[in-house]
Design a protein around this ligand. Structure first.
Ligand code: L34
Length: 282
């Protein structure tokens, strides 16, 4: 029976530490959150991020824009925020609406790398690659925080990351590598996925496919981290991992909800604090 990694409790603890650090600053950190269109899941995440900010003493302002706002206007808004000294962090909630002229890469490139609290700008991605960074992307950073809190050290372990997105899979693999894990990245073209995942001491799934990771794909005693945020056939939130079966076999497992989600949110607060410090607000 696995130890359930309590992301919610750990996030609350990290949040309290951030709140205390924010309270000691000369000036409050500021975060601008941009939400384009009316994706209901994005709406929920953005609202919770703003609530987190308020609880930690971080100023936040929201730009809820219509889907037809447009690429040029969005770039102009970002440019204004890049030059606003009260704003230390800029977050453009993804995905941008489909069927309009948005170019996600161009939008991410337009954010001042010093305000890029998601660490999605190629400059920050490059710094992660070489292991010299100010910001870590929130979801992979939250995963590392959970591993550390539960005494799971990647050094010398076989780590398997399923999923190769720029937001989670690739940076997650890099962070595990920096901590001396032997890392394999799997994806939709990987033959014999189960044979690879069965080797993992630390298995991170970030695909977005309900029921992808079944108990026979998991090594006895492994740490299983479920990054996905899916809905099952009843509309209930779930991850990639068959939680009920895998928890009988794994050594550690994260639940969905209550695992990676709350940690992702708290890492955004930490990045905003780091940006404010770098911006001279300490
Ligand atoms: N720019 N876009 C940008 N940055 C991000 O870091 C995100 N992401 C992803 C979507 N787009 C983004 C998020 O914040 C996903 N994501 C995210 C953040 C938090 C939670 C889920 C996804 C979360 O709090 N999950 C809760 C359950 C919430 C619910 O009930 O719906 C949990 O316990 O897992």
């Amino acid at each position: 029976m696995a130890i359930i990694i309590d992301g919610k409790a750990l996030a609350a603890k990290c949040k309290e530490e951030i709140r205390q650090q924010v309270a000691s600053l000369k000036r409050r950190p500021g975060l601008a959150v941009i939400l384009v269109g009316n994706n209901p899941a994005s709406r929920v995440y953005v609202t919770s991020k703003e609530k987190d900010c308020a609880e930690c003493g971080i100023y936040s302002e929201e730009y809820a824009l219509p889907a037809e706002f447009g690429q040029e206007a969005l770039l102009e808004l970002i440019d204004t925020l890049n030059h606003n000294a009260e704003i230390d962090g800029i977050l453009v909630q993804l995905p941008l609406p489909k069927g309009y002229d948005y170019d996600e890469q161009e939008v991410l490139l337009s954010i001042d790398p010093r305000k890029d609290v998601d660490a999605f700008h190629p400059y920050n991605v490059g710094r992660i690659m070489i292991g010299d960074y100010t910001f870590l992307p929130c979801t992979p950073a939250g995963v590392m925080e959970m591993l550390d809190a539960y005494g799971i050290d990647p050094a010398g372990k076989k780590c398997v990351v399923v999923g190769r997105s720029n937001i989670v899979g690739k940076p997650q693999a890099m962070l595990l590598l920096h901590r001396h894990g032997t890392v394999t990245i799997c994806h939709s073209r990987t033959p014999e996925l189960a044979a690879v995942t069965r080797e993992a001491d630390i298995l991170v799934s970030a695909v977005g496919k309900t029921g992808l990771i079944t108990a026979d794909m998991v090594k006895e005693g492994a740490a299983v981290i479920d990054v996905a945020m899916n809905r099952d056939e009843n509309g209930k939130l779930c991850g990639d991992v068959d939680f009920q079966a895998v928890k009988e076999k794994a050594g550690w497992i994260t639940p969905v909800p209550g695992g990676c989600g709350p940690m992702t949110r708290v890492m955004l607060l930490r990045n905003t604090l780091s940006a404010a410090l770098a911006n001279g607000k300490g």
